[in-house]
Design a protein around this ligand. Structure first.
Ligand code: TRP
Ligand code: ZN
Length: 890
């Protein structure tokens, strides 16, 4: 048969179809075994696939036609049990190969196709990154390699034979254990890999190229030896140490905390420069964006080291939560992602500073997830429909998903949770599971009915909890009244009450928790379980007025409003026995103040100072019981994004920025001496180490520098420039640059140019350099960013470059992105239109930066709306961008 070519990518004149959870049906056919023979070539890679298929008994007696997914493939041949199929026996479209009448017994299908790795700019399926062949199959990339039943509930064992030119690709990798390898004619060679664990196609991976290897080993709890290998671009071997160290600690921790051991003879990680996301948990062969592997003190910051550690852990933990137990369908994505984020968070809490990690995660949730939940992209942690699944790898699924698991653990207790996890692994190993099945394990292990809790997965939007307290001194009685409301979200007008566990304490004047003597059952344990729209609790035997400290440790992902006074917040900031809530009290105080200041800016009123707040910060700087990391968090004002989402409507980004600058400046001047001392103390001597104490001291130094520069830009710039020039590691250098980049001063240009000179041949440092330009809160920044798009270092084909420059500009610089000229919106729209044909996944994600446009004041809203409409009206948008932009435009 002659090869059948795919038509050009379909252009979508109508809206792409919607996939619904309610329409789920089990697969009609199952695949038992997959044998792949892949002969690599940059422009025409040949794939021979042999599939052992059988009708799925669960799909009923008549399995019917067999539909295989496939995109951008050239079909050369199909045979069934060795017999070539003729044109009448199958049909072919852009998206599918359908075998009309397969047998009703097990059979073998062989398919020969080819694909073009070099033409693959979407970075989904098989592509080349800097000359290295690699794959990305989650969520639906395997269908760009061969025709297959490309859905997560079809699990098969894979044997993969890879063939390539030995000179181009001396290293040939796939999932599982190595079986054999050898030389072939014409300078080619081959390797065979076998993965004995049944897996869905999204976990398939192949890597081939000229890569250097760093090797170590790990002995599992039961005494098996595992070979650990990290593959990187030759010459980068000296930047793999931290990743390897993190991996070994993560492997040990999963054994200790969850009783989970690794299960293959080798565990491999490959670092590539071109990647759509952070990393991917392919069975036995994780593929990483190289910015989350490569680290050396002179190239990576403390933040980079922390990201590497947690992403290494995250992908490793997927081996059990995601791979051994996978998802039945993509609606269950949070089953692996929320749970695995929870596990990586717990790993970091256990191995680094606990409160600081919790604060970082809550900041992330507030900056990213709360705005998502409050805008046009709001969706439940388990969505009920999508157009393009890649658009649902969101802060809601990941971070709110993790918060739900955390709430559940806290509700049923750590022991029951661990038993529930054991049961889940036991019962569902080798299966594709659902959220309901996960909850059923937790119910069985704890004996608690979690039916109402399920609503957390199904209902979008951040609940608002309002709390009022009343103390009757004569009776020694405190009553607490709480009410919950979840505002409507698109397509979900009516909201159910949720089960909201609010950890709390009653703090006495001495700064200790008063004993809880409840007149209401259940609250003595320190948790108010709010399950109704309104509820109240009473406590008695109190001989002084307590201050309520609630939602301790951020026990529920909600917005809380309490009736505490400014004095109460300052008191909790200094005295709450719950460290997290000391930070939270400071944030709440600062938010109230900053919102009032921003309003005064808008009305042209004079701004005022906040000596009480500054003094409270001074006390915390002098409080020896606090770690430097926590002091740094206390000194860091709520972000502009957090403030905007708290204000919620008629947002004026310049006023928010001005208010924050004003307060920061006042604190910088008022705390001058103390800040300078903290700054000096943060100059950690000796060789760089990423340990939590050293990193904490450096972060206090950075927070102090930020405030000092706000207090006096001239001396702050000089101090920062000195730090940049003397910097002994990238953390010092970058924190100085981050301050300079936001100052409209000559030192800024000087330092950025000097940084480029040392960054130019290191692609990860160039990303940092690009992002620094994008951070300037100036009206000239949109122009700057546009000019940098023509720089030789920038390319729309490289997601890291796009994220560093455009992502930073649109996502981390509210002042410049929302410039009243509208140039920021125009810039983003132009980039979306240019990027969409190249890489729709990255374009759609970038488009998310328009998500809060309806919160803006009317003039900016009009300017943003025009650009959103311009994108929406463009012809031939991808399914990815169509979905996001039309949700935003609604
Ligand atoms: N499953 C990956 C993780 O969370 C992320 C992921 C999803 C991904 N889709 C992707 C990575 C596409 C790269 C490309 O660990
Ligand atoms: Zn993940």
């Amino acid at each position: 048969m002659s090869p059948v070519h795919p038509r050009e990518a379909a252009t979508h004149t109508e809206t792409p179809p919607v996939v619904r959870l309610a329409d789920y049906e089990p697969p009609r056919y199952l695949v038992e075994r997959v044998s792949l023979g892949i002969s690599l070539h940059p422009r025409e890679t040949r794939v021979h696939s042999r599939l052992d298929i059988r009708p799925n008994p669960a799909a009923g007696p008549e399995a019917g036609p067999l539909a295989l997914d496939g995109e951008r493939l050239v079909l050369h041949a199909v045979t069934l049990d060795g017999q070539p199929l003729g044109p009448g026996q199958y049909s072919l479209t852009d998206e599918r190969l359908v075998i009309h009448e397969p047998p009703s017994r097990p059979f073998t299908l062989e398919i020969e196709t080819s694909c073009d790795p070099d033409a693959n700019t979407e970075l989904s399926g098989l592509y080349r990154s800097n000359g290295v062949y690699c794959t990305q199959c989650e969520a639906e990339g395997f269908r760009r390699i061969t025709y297959y039943i490309d859905r997560p509930d079809v699990l098969a064992t894979f044997t993969t034979r890879i063939e390539a030119a030995a000179a181009d690709a001396p290293v040939l990798l796939s999932n599982g254990n190595p079986v054999e390898a050898g030389a072939l004619d014409d300078g080619r060679h081959y390797a065979v890999w076998h993965d004995p664990f049944p897996k869905p196609s999204y976990l398939f991976a192949l890597v081939a190229g000229d890569l250097a290897q760093v090797e170590d080993r790990f002995i599992t709890a039961s005494g098996r030896e595992v070979s650990l290998r990290i593959y990187v671009e030759p010459g980068k071997e000296d930047r793999c140490g931290w990743a390897m160290d993190s991996l070994k600690r993560a492997m040990r921790w999963d054994e200790e905390a969850f009783g989970r051991e690794y299960d293959l003879d080798v565990f491999m990680i490959v670092a590539v420069p071109d990647f759509n996301m952070g990393a991917m948990e392919n069975k036995g062969l994780n593929v990483f964006n190289d910015k989350y592997i490569l680290a050396r003190p002179d190239t990576a910051t403390d933040a980079d080291y922390a990201h590497i550690e947690s992403i290494i852990a995250h992908e490793y933990f997927h081996n059990w939560t995601g791979n051994r137990v996978t998802c039945r369908d993509w609606f269950q994505l949070c089953l692996k992602e929320g749970l695995t984020v929870f596990r990586d968070q717990e790993f970091t809490i256990a191995t680094r500073s606990g409160t600081a990690k919790r604060i970082a995660d809550v900041r992330l949730l507030r900056n990213q997830q709360f705005p998502e939940d409050a805008g046009p992209l709001a969706h439940p942690v388990r969505p009920s429909q999508y157009m393009e699944i890649n658009n649902f790898y969101t802060a809601t699924v990941y971070e709110k998903g993790a918060e739900i698991v955390r709430m559940m653990r806290n509700l049923i207790g750590a022991d029951a949770f661990r038993r529930g996890m054991d049961l889940y692994f036991d019962r569902h190993d080798g299966q594709a599971a659902t959220v309901e099945q996960f909850l059923a394990c937790m119910e069985e292990a704890s004996g608690r009915n979690l039916q109402q809790f399920m609503t957390w997965y199904e209902q979008a939007g951040t609940p608002h909890v309002t709390i009022a307290t009343r103390f009757e001194p004569a009776a020694g009685r405190l009553s607490i009244q709480a009410a919950q409301v979840t505002p409507p979200t698109p397509g979900q007008g009516d909201k159910q009450p949720l089960l909201i566990p609010l950890a709390f304490g009653l703090v006495g004047a001495g700064g200790r928790d008063l004993p809880l003597q409840g007149a209401t059952a259940g609250a003595e344990a320190g948790v108010l379980e709010l399950a109704e729209p309104q509820q109240s609790w009473t406590f008695k035997g109190l001989d002084e007025r307590p201050v309520l400290s609630v939602n301790r440790g951020f026990s529920a992902p909600v917005r809380v409003k309490t009736d505490l006074s400014d004095a109460d917040w300052l008191f909790l900031m200094g005295h709450d026995p719950d460290e997290f809530n000391r930070w939270e009290a400071g944030q709440i105080y600062a938010k109230r103040l900053l919102i009032a200041l921003a309003q005064a800016c808008i009305e042209g009123r004079r701004l005022w100072d906040a000596p009480d707040y500054a003094e409270a910060l001074r006390r915390s700087l002098r409080d020896q019981s606090l770690t430097p990391a926590l002091q740094a968090e206390l000194l860091t004002l709520p972000s502009e994004a957090d403030l905007a989402s708290e204000i919620g409507r008629n947002v004026e980004p310049v006023a928010i920025h001005a208010a924050r600058q004003h307060l920061g400046g006042f604190i910088g001047r008022t705390l001058g001496e103390d800040l300078r001392e903290a700054y000096e103390q943060g100059d950690v001597p000796g060789p760089y180490s990423p340990d939590p104490d050293s990193a904490g001291r450096r972060s206090l130094r950075a927070a102090a520098l930020t405030l000092l520069a706000a207090g006096d830009p001239a001396s702050g710039a000089a101090l920062a420039l000195g730090q940049f020039e003397a910097g002994r590691n990238m953390t010092e250098i970058f924190s100085a640059l981050a301050v300079l980049a936001r100052l409209d001063r000559p030192e800024r240009e000087h330092a950025l140019a000097a940084f480029y000179d040392r960054a130019a041949d290191d692609h990860l440092l160039v990303d940092k350099w690009l992002s620094l330009h994008a951070l300037g809160p100036f009206p000239s920044t949109p122009h700057r960013v546009r000019a940098l798009m023509d720089h030789s270092a920038f390319s729309l084909r490289k997601p890291n470059k796009v994220r560093a420059l455009i992502g930073t500009f649109a996502g981390s610089n509210p002042v410049a992105f929302n410039d009243r000229s509208g140039e920021g919106y125009q810039l983003l729209a132009d980039v979306l239109l240019a990027l969409d044909p190249i890489n729709p996944q990255v374009a759609a994600r970038l488009a998310g930066n328009f998500k809060s446009w309806r919160m803006l004041e009317p003039q900016r809203q009009a300017l943003a709306g025009r650009e959103i409409a311009r994108v929406q009206a463009a012809p031939a948008l991808s399914r990815d961008l169509t979905e996001i932009i039309s949700m935003i435009a609604k």
